[in-house]
Design a protein around this ligand. Structure first.
Ligand SMILES: *Cc1c(COP(=O)(O)O)cnc(C)c1O
Length: 358
């Protein structure tokens, strides 16, 4: 029998979450963002769930090729664009669209003849100061891109630093929109600005295209809980108890003896550790479900196991069901406890974890 650790991927939930994104932005087309192996859910699951997306967007050139090989015939967008002139023949061969965020990319496009029409997405740095042209340089970049033979279209894009916080003191989303509008003034082209938080919280951005990612996988982009946004968890990471210990008061659990029992305690051992993607820095008290009952991590996370307090589930024993996150336990709660975000947990699920696509 295989180790009882499975990432169960719920494609019906992913489909529902895409519909939720569409309802929040009824006038927009939707790129379903599937970077990082669909945030850990697999490109295969994404293709099933997002069959009616207007396009799939990702970062990885080989992932884009894989989408074609798996049969996706719709649009594909590379959100960071290409990395080397040699990528351009791959883009042509597989009909992949590209972001253009730097003068270096423009120069590559000017120096390599485009053998097929290329759809491009010109990125502005509207304040995140990561990728993109400054607002003052944007118009010139647009003219240069338009002048390249073979460039079939240009969409204008930017990305929010704080779409989950309308009143952010340093850089509010409205301020980024102001800079974007100023830099793009007079350019008549489709616009793409909203990630999940933008989509759910700022319908007024009037994107031609939205770019939801995290919400498709049922985690909140911030601002409210996933449940409040009407999102359904797309992954249940489940396992089982493979051991039980009855320990006395004063006995400690696991490496470093971090957790010391304050009374006689039954401790369950779960087949899931940091080599599976469970966060090693999760503290005592991080929520875990055993037989549907909420209990808590005790002791340091090991490579292959965690331990949990069985006090609230006296009937539990070897073989009892465990949910690390997903149905019944929002990934966000686990992430919060461990000082991270659901994005990181999903993306970190390790290749050795058996994946079941439902
Ligand atoms: C990852 C990404 C998104 C999706 O962001 P979420 O917060 O996951 O919705 C959108 N746009 C770009 C450019 C991205 O890199």
């Amino acid at each position: 029998m295989p180790r009882p650790l499975t990432a169960l991927v719920h494609t019906a939930a992913m489909r529902h979450n895409l519909q939720t994104a569409r309802r929040a932005a009824p006038g927009s087309k939707a790129w379903a963002v599937v970077k990082a192996n669909a945030y850990g859910h697999s490109l295969r699951a994404a293709l099933t769930a997002f069959a009616d997306a207007d396009g799939l967007a990702l970062i990885e050139v080989d992932g884009a090729v894989r989408l074609r090989e798996l049969g996706w015939q719709g649009r594909i967008l590379l959100l960071e664009g290409f990395f080397d002139p040699s990528d351009l023949s791959v883009l042509a061969q597989y009909e992949i669209e590209t972001a253009v965020h730097s003068a270096e990319q423009l120069a590559m496009l000017e120096s390599v003849p485009l053998v097929r029409p290329l759809h491009t997405h010109l990125k502005m740095n509207s304040g995140m100061n990561r990728l993109g042209f400054m607002p003052a340089q944007f118009r010139a970049a647009y003219e240069r891109l338009r002048a390249i033979p073979g460039v079939a279209s240009v969409t204008l894009m930017t990305h929010f630093a704080n779409a989950d916080d309308a009143h952010h003191g340093q850089l509010a989303p409205a301020e980024q929109m102001r800079r974007f509008a100023a830099g793009a003034q007079g350019i008549d082209a489709p616009v793409s600005v909203s990630n999940s938080a933008g989509t759910l919280l700022h319908a007024g951005f009037n994107d031609s295209w939205i770019r939801p990612g995290i919400m498709l996988y049922g985690d909140t982009p911030g601002g409210r809980t996933a449940e409040q946004f009407g999102l359904l968890p797309a992954m249940t990471l489940r396992s089982a108890l493979i051991g039980v210990q009855q320990i006395d008061l004063g006995e400690a659990v696991g490496y470093g003896s971090r957790y010391v029992a304050s009374c006689r305690t039954r401790v369950g051992v779960v087949a899931c550790g940091y080599a599976d993607g469970y966060p090693r820095h999760a503290p005592d008290g991080t929520p875990v479900l055993v037989d549907g009952v909420r209990t808590a991590l005790v002791g340091r996370v090991s490579m292959d196991m965690i331990m949990v307090d069985l006090t609230p589930v006296p009937g539990a024993g070897v073989g009892s069901n465990v949910v690390l996150w997903g149905e019944g336990l929002p990934i966000d709660e686990v992430a919060n406890a461990a000082g991270t975000i659901g994005y990181e947990l999903m993306c970190a699920v390790a290749p050795r974890v058996h994946m079941e696509i439902a």
